[in-house]
Design a protein around this ligand. Structure first.
Ligand SMILES: Cc1cc2nc3c(=O)[nH]c(=O)nc-3n(C[C@H](O)[C@H](O)[C@H](O)COP(=O)(O)OP(=O)(O)OC[C@H]3O[C@@H](n4cnc5c(N)ncnc54)[C@H](O)[C@@H]3O)c2cc1C
Length: 563
């Protein structure tokens, strides 16, 4: 991707065929689809790419076992269609970005034979709905086999488990890779660029977006023949910019995850807890060397700050511990993530967990603004296909074939599961570094390592003992529009998810590289560190954990890539 400075020059005050607002999964998917169909497209993101919901998911590529259960129980064909479509998309996501996604087996432990029969039938149905898009069939595991694969499970009364397959992916990097793929195809993308208003022609149709550069406050215009609003939880705000009197449609449901050391529940499989006390499902999933556990559901407002609270930590652990032989204490939590599901209200449902994760495409007859609302990460591509079909109809141009079904994202060309060995062989890096680079950058890994070859200081670890290299930060600043410590540590390298304390310790090293790359002053560097450390310490405290200072000299854990 070009630098942000260059992108700003190429975007501000120019005219495009299509302007996509929102750089999450949905907007990035729309931008890529439009560009591949030949539309001159610009993508504008108010914060960082993947900066909102799309980096806070459970990271499962799935049809949704729970939604299938609801479809059957309520004889609801709408829920059934959501599951069916997502299952078809699941296989495409796995195929188009193999370095960022993988299949995973989920074990559903059963403590009564009746439950085993119920879940076995339910998951056979999940297999059946996936049809030709199936990964592999679900099957029953004996008690012994279940405990061999998940030794930490509570043993008393366990009769076995039902195992089924779904996908798992790196949500934040998948999102960034989508934008990079869009840019590679000739699209223009800009982060920290908020749409704050629209200019309309005499008939009331939107012809221009007023955009505010969030770094400088400077305002500029972007003209386009069509505008897509893909702002997830913020959809109503942007819809109201188009037509102020429009009725709101979004219901936001906060969900959190906590991360724990993987050794607390060793194994390669994920655990599905079928029913919490408030009727939800809970997952405990190995992810990037940690155990990701969640999630929760609580209705929130669009302006609510999202963070993990101590009560939420206790809630998640309370339910997980009911399934474990040795309970896990809250002091073992290493980090957390909070996000808001952008659900489209169906009118009367009071309970957000009953709202189907379906999407809705709206074309505002007054302003012409096309809003794509709701949906799931797994269905981002299908949502984008429907949206760009609508854009072509609105522009009165012939509908062309959607090309994203079989469009490998960048970093996948020549990628195989043992690709990391190429990096070890050709660049002499450690196995952990090679695995981490292959997982995050795919076959773009050598570009990072070439930087390290050119400038030996960049071949140093980001922190003593860490497999991450300083070159990764330079690469992210130069090629992935990373502008802040959090852009690097949360969304691009995953250290903040691996551990809040690891992130605090790594922040000064990241800041010094960003200073060199972005031309910060010493004061700006110091300010960036203080802001970041302050924010993460606040997260620690809100989650009921003790704060950490940046300069305590503690040895860093290796971040990411250790699995
Ligand atoms: C807890 C949780 C768990 C989930 N788990 C899964 C899962 O396992 N699998 C799955 O498939 N789905 C999952 N989802 C759902 C999935 O994450 C979301 O459906 C998806 O990420 C929504 O993407 P989006 O692009 O619509 O929204 P977002 O990612 O929120 O992107 C919208 C973007 O628009 C930007 N924006 C807002 N206003 C403006 C403006 N005025 N100008 C410019 N930009 C603007 C925002 O900054 C934001 O980046 C989960 C969601 C949550 C919250």
């Amino acid at each position: 991707m070009k630098t942000r400075t260059q992108a700003l020059i190429d975007i501000a005050d120019w005219k495009f065929d299509l302007c996509v607002i929102g750089g999450g999964a949905t907007g990035s998917g729309c931008a890529l689809d439009a560009r591949l169909r030949g539309l001159n497209t610009v993508l504008l993101e108010a914060g960082d790419l993947a900066g909102a919901t799309s980096s806070t998911s459970t990271k499962i590529v799935h049809g949704g076992v729970r939604y299938l259960e609801a479809a059957v129980k309520n004889l609801d064909p709408a829920q059934y269609r959501v599951v069916k479509r997502a299952l078809q998309e699941r296989i495409r996501m796995l195929r188009n970005a193999p370095h960022l996604s993988r299949t995973m087996e989920f074990l559903l432990p059963c403590y009564r034979w009746m439950d085993a029969a119920y879940y076995d039938i339910g998951l056979k149905m999940y297999d059946w709905v996936s049809g030709g898009a199936s990964i592999f069939p679900s099957h029953f595991l004996s008690k012994e086999e279940t405990l061999r694969r998940m030794p930490g499970l509570k043993r008393a009364h366990l009769v076995g488990s039902v195992a089924y397959a779904d996908g798992q992916f790196d949500d934040a990097r998948f999102n960034i890779t989508l934008v990079e793929s869009f840019a590679e195809a000739g699209g223009e993308a800009l982060n920290y660029a908020r749409v704050v208003g629209f200019e309309k022609d005499s008939s009331g149709r939107v012809i221009e977006a007023a955009v505010e550069d969030q770094l400088t406050g400077r305002k500029f215009a972007v003209r386009a023949a069509a505008f897509v609003n893909a702002t997830g939880p913020f959809s109503d705000t942007v819809r109201a910019l188009g037509t102020p009197e429009i009725a709101p449609r979004m219901r936001l449901s906060k969900g959190i995850h906590i991360l724990l050391p993987l050794e607390l529940m060793p194994g390669a499989d994920a655990l599905l807890i079928p029913k919490t006390e408030d009727g939800r499902v809970l997952f405990a999933i190995p992810w990037m060397g940690r155990l990701l556990v969640g999630t929760t559901e609580q209705e929130v407002g669009v302006h609510d700050e999202l963070y993990v609270t101590k009560n939420e930590v206790d809630y998640v652990l309370h339910h997980l511990n009911q399934y474990l032989e040795r309970p896990i204490g809250a002091d073992r939590v290493v980090s957390g993530i909070a996000g808001a599901r952008p659900l489209v209200s169906s009118g009367d449902s009071r309970d957000t967990k009953k709202l189907a994760r379906d999407d809705e495409l709206e074309i505002d007859s007054k302003s012409g603004l096309i809003s794509i609302m709701g949906g799931k990460w797994t269905t981002y591509r299908a949502m984008a296909e429907d949206t760009i079909d609508a854009v072509q109809r609105q522009l009165c141009i012939p509908k062309t074939e959607c090309l994203t079904k079989n469009h490998p994202l960048i970093g996948t060309e020549g990628y195989t599961a043992d690709y990391w060995q190429v990096l070890v062989k050709e660049y002499g890096v450690s196995k952990d570094t090679a695995r981490h680079l292959a997982e995050k950058f795919g076959t773009r890994g050598p570009r990072v390592l070439e930087l390290a070859r050119e400038i030996p200081a960049l071949a140093e670890p980001l922190l003593d003992g860490s497999p991450l290299l300083r070159a990764e930060v330079t690469y992210c600043a130069r090629n992935e529009m990373a502008l802040t410590i959090e852009d690097v540590l949360f969304r691009r390298l995953g250290v903040q998810v691996y551990g809040w304390r690891d992130a605090i310790r790594t922040a000064p090293a990241v800041a010094s590289i960003l200073r060199a790359e972005l031309g910060w002053s010493a004061q700006a560097e110091q300010h960036a560190i203080e802001q970041y450390v302050g924010k993460i310490n606040r997260y620690l405290q809100l989650a009921g954990l003790s704060a950490e200072t940046a300069a305590n000299g503690a040895t860093a854990q290796s971040a990411g890539g250790a699995n």
